[in-house]
Write a protein that binds this ligand. Structure first.
Ligand SMILES: [Zn+2]
Length: 240
């Protein structure tokens, strides 16, 4: 590799670092957190509405049962009442028993009626709450949609920048021998993003350790195009 190519390798590394930063920014956009928060809100409101709908249906079922029972009681009360005045029953004792039965049935009817009223009031209250929760869910949906749009816009900006840097990286990388590039890529993955380091004043700027005199001497004598590696960290050294 020529001196130029070593410089290009450093520039590729800078571009790779920049692309990594951009990818990180893409993953940690504030708009992403905002969207997650809005989705949480929607889930909470929708959950409340769902729980209330269950309660609503349960109350309606109870009311229906209550109304059915009431109809049966009313029918029985009417029948017994008719019997009472039909002239079929004549014995005083029997008449008295029948009257008591009619009274009992009527009082059960009015208890059932007042239960039904209470149930209807509760149902109306829940209907009102469901309506306002319905609006709250709609508002939460709209906020989620807005947050999604904002995230998409923010992502597009970062992605465009990544594309731009990636194109610059490809152009630079094309000027380096493939073997060196492959070596660089492999090292970069293992070395936490820094595969190439300047050798300045006998020190590797990748690991900041001084190279031994023997090694320094060997590197100094090595042909300029030879890839030299730091004996401490293994990074590709650029002699400056
Ligand atoms: Zn090193």
């Amino acid at each position: 590799m020529s001196d130029d190519q070593f410089q290009i390798l450093l520039s590729v590394q800078d571009l790779d670092a920049r692309i990594d930063q951009l990818r990180h920014r893409h993953e940690t956009l504030a708009e992403r957190d905002e969207l997650a928060a809005r989705q949480q809100d929607r889930k909470r409101v929708a959950g409340r509405r769902e729980a209330l709908q269950v309660e609503y249906l349960e109350l309606q079922r109870t009311l229906k049962r209550n109304e059915d029972e009431l109809a049966v009681l009313e029918e029985r009360a009417r029948r017994e009442h008719d019997r009472l005045y039909s002239g079929e029953v004549t014995g005083t004792r029997e008449l008295l028993t029948l009257q008591e039965e009619v009274d009992g049935l009527r009082s059960r009817c009015s208890a059932a009626e007042s239960d039904a009223l209470e149930l209807m009031e509760a149902i109306e209250g829940i209907e009102a709450q469901l309506e306002s929760l319905g609006s709250a869910v709609e508002a939460a949906e709209a906020e989620v949609a807005a947050a999604e749009r904002q995230l998409a816009e923010a992502e597009a900006v970062v992605r465009a920048e990544i594309d731009q840097q990636a194109a610059a990286r490809s152009a630079e990388a094309a000027r380096i021998p493939e073997v060196a590039l492959a070596g660089y890529d492999g090292l970069r993955a293992r070395m936490g993003g820094v595969a190439v380091a300047r050798l300045r004043g006998g020190t590797c700027e990748g690991c900041h350790l001084a190279l031994s005199a023997v090694e320094l001497d060997r590197i100094r004598r090595a042909p300029a195009d030879e890839l030299c590696h730091c004996e401490e960290c293994g990074r590709i050294l650029v002699r400056v």
